[in-house]
Design a protein around this ligand. Structure first.
Ligand code: C5P
Length: 208
C-alpha cells in the first residue's frame, strides 16, 4: 500500500503523513528533508556526486554519514532546498532514492511530486491545499517565528519557485483527492484521510 501526500510548503503534509503512517503501521518518508540535506551539502561546498543522502531506521537524515536532521529546518534551507530542487540532476538522484525506499513497502511518502512522478502508481494520493496566509500562520507557530510578513513572503516565494519550475512542478496528480485545510483542524484532516485509507482497504479486502 502506497500513500502519496503532496502540497505546498506548510500545508500540513508532515503532520498528516506521520499520523497516517503511525496509525496503519507504514513507513513514513519525508522527501523535502532529502532536498534540504542536498542543499546543505551544496552549501558546504560539496559537488552533487560527492553527496550521499540516506535515512536511518529512526527517520534521521544522514549527509555523508553525518546525522543532519536537526539542521534541516531553517528559513535559509527552505529557500536553498527549493533552489536545489530546480536542478534536473538533483531531482534524478533523489527520485531514484525515493523509489528505492518505497519499493515493495507499505509507505506514506510526502513531498511535491510523489503522486505525479515518484509513486504514480500509489493507491491513495492526497493533495493538501491552504491559503498562503493560513500556512504562514502555521509555520510561525511551528518555528516560533514572530514576523508574519516575512514568513508569508518566504512561503509565497517558495510556492512560486516550486510551481513554475520546468521539471516536476507542484501539481496534483489527476487522480489525487484535493483536501483544502483552511477551515479544518489537523485532527479533522487526519480523520478524513484515515477514512479514505480505511475505505480503500475495506474495498480491497485487507482491513487492518
Ligand atoms: O517539504 P519541504 O518544505 O521540506 O521541502 C523543501 C523543498 O524541497 C520544497 O520547497 C521543494 O522545492 C523541494 N521538494 C521538491 N520535491 C519534493 C519534496 C520537496 O521539489 N518531493
Amino acid at each position: 500500500m502506497q500513500i502519496a501526500i503532496d502540497g505546498p510548503a506548510a500545508s500540513g503534509k508532515t503532520s498528516l503523513g506521520a499520523a497516517l503512517a503511525q496509525q496503519f503501521g507504514y513507513l513514513f518518508a519525508e522527501t523535502g528533508k532529502m532536498y534540504r540535506a542536498v542543499a546543505l551539502g551544496l552549501e558546504r561546498g560539496l559537488k552533487l556526486d560527492e553527496i550521499d543522502i540516506s535515512v536511518d531506521g529512526n527517520n534521521h537524515f544522514l549527509l555523508n554519514g553525518e546525522d543532519v536532521t536537526d539542521l534541516l529546518h531553517s528559513p535559509r534551507l527552505d529557500q536553498a532546498a527549493s533552489r536545489a530542487a530546480i536542478r534536473p540532476e538533483v531531482r534524478r538522484k533523489l527520485v531514484s532514492l525515493q523509489q528505492q525506499i518505497a519499493r515493495g513497502r507499505d509507505i506514506v511518502m510526502e513531498g511535491r511530486d510523489i503522486g505525479t512522478v515518484v509513486l504514480p502508481q500509489a493507491e491513495i494520493k492526497i493533495f493538501l491545499e491552504a491559503r498562503p496566509s493560513s500556512r504562514a500562520r502555521r509555520r510561525m507557530k511551528q518555528r516560533k517565528e514572530l514576523d508574519f510578513r516575512t514568513t508569508l513572503r518566504e512561503i509565497v516565494a517558495r510556492d512560486e519557485r516550486d510551481s513554475t519550475r520546468d521539471i516536476a512542478p507542484l501539481n496534483p496528480a489527476r487522480d489525487a483527492i484535493i483536501m483544502n485545510t483552511d477551515q479544518k483542524s489537523l485532527e479533522e484532516v487526519i480523520c478524513e484521510a484515515t477514512d479514505l485509507v480505511k475505505e480503500y482497504l475495506e474495498g480491497h479486502c485487507c482491513v487492518q
